[in-house]
Design a protein around this ligand. Sequence first.
Ligand SMILES: Nc1ncnc2c1ncn2[C@@H]1O[C@H](COP(=O)(O)OP(=O)(O)OP(=O)(O)O)[C@@H](O)[C@H]1O
Ligand SMILES: [Mg+2]
Length: 334
Amino acid sequence: MGRITLDKVRKTFGDVEVIPPLDLTIEDGEFVVFVGPSGCGKSTLLRLIAGLEDVTSGQIRIDRQDATDLPPAKRGLAMVFQSYALYPHMSVRKNIAFPMKMAGLPQDEQDRRIEAAAKALNLTDYLDRKPGQLSGGQRQRVAIGRAIVREPAAFLFDEPLSNLDAALRVGMRLEISELHKRLATTMIYVTHDQVEAMTMADKIVVLRAGHIEQVGSPLELYNRPRNVFVAGFIGSPKMNLISGAEAEKHGAVTIGIRPEHLGISTESGLWKGVIGVSEHLGSDTFFHVTVEGLGEPLTVRASGEVSLKYGDIVWLTPNEVNLHRFNAEGLRIA
Ligand SMILES: Nc1ncnc2c1ncn2[C@@H]1O[C@H](COP(=O)(O)OP(=O)(O)OP(=O)(O)O)[C@@H](O)[C@H]1O
Ligand SMILES: [Mg+2]
C-alpha cells in the first residue's frame, strides 16, 4: 500500500520559505509526476516525503500512519536519484542485495528478490558484472533494482534519466512505465522532460515557487490549463500567449493558442505574418511567424513537410474552439 498525504506541509531553509503550506494526496498505485521550473522545490518536496529533510510544520501520512517524524528507513519508501551512486567494487548482485543485507533479510529471501528484480529489469545476465562494465541504462536499472528489492510502499524518482542519452531515455521511460503497470506500486517522479511527464503520469503536479499551480491528468492540464503559467509550462513547443488589443477582441486579457491549433495559409486568414525560422522534424514542421502587433513570434505546427521558407508572407488563423482565454489575474475564463 502506498497512499501518501501531505497536510499543510511547509519547509523553510533559514528564513527562506521554499514550500509554503501545501496539501496533496497521492493515491495508492498512482504514478504522479512533479514538474516546474528549476528551483521551484520539486526535489525538496520529494526529500520531505522520503524523510531526508525535516518538515518545518505540517503532517505527512503514509497509509494513514503519521510519518512526519519517522526516519527514512522506517517509511517504507525507496528513492532513486539522478546520480545513482552504485558501489563500483561490488557486483551487480551485491549492489542490489545491499539494502536487504543492511536490513538483515535471510539469504534465501534475498536471492529470491534479486532473481525477481533482475528478471523484471533484464539484468539476469549481468548479475556478476561490476558497474564499470555496464552501460548507463544498465546502471540505472541496477539502481532501480536496488529500490525494487526493498518492496517499498512507493518509489520516489528524482530525475532518474537525466544522465542518459536520448535513445536510452526513451527505452528507460517505457521500462519504468511498464514496471509501474506490473508492480502497481505508487511512484512519484520528478522530471524536466515534457514527454516523460505527459506519457508516464496518471497525475501531474505543476509547482511554482513551492506552490501547486494545478494538479490533474496530463490531458486535463493540456486541454484546460487553469492559468497562464500552466498554459505556458505544459506543452512543447509552448502555447502561444497573446495580450493586448487582439486578446480584448476575444473578451480576455490574454489568449492562448497551441501551435497545432493555428492554421497556416499563403492565401487568406486572420493574421498576416512573415516566416522566420523553420524547424523541420520530418513528421512535423514548426514555423516561427512574426505577426505585427502580436508581440513574440507565434509558433505554428504543420503536419509533415511543408515547403515554406524564411521571409514568406503567410496568413494564420486560430481554431476558435481551441482558444484559451485568461483574465487580468491570469486565470482561465470558463
Ligand atoms: N539545504 C538547503 N539550504 C538552503 N536552500 C536550499 C536547500 N536545498 C534547497 N534549497 C533551495 O530551495 C529551493 C528549491 O530547491 P529544489 O532543489 O527543491 O528545487 P528543484 O525544483 O528540485 O530544482 P531543479 O529543477 O533545479 O532540480 C531552491 O531555491 C534552493 O536553492
Ligand atoms: Mg531538483
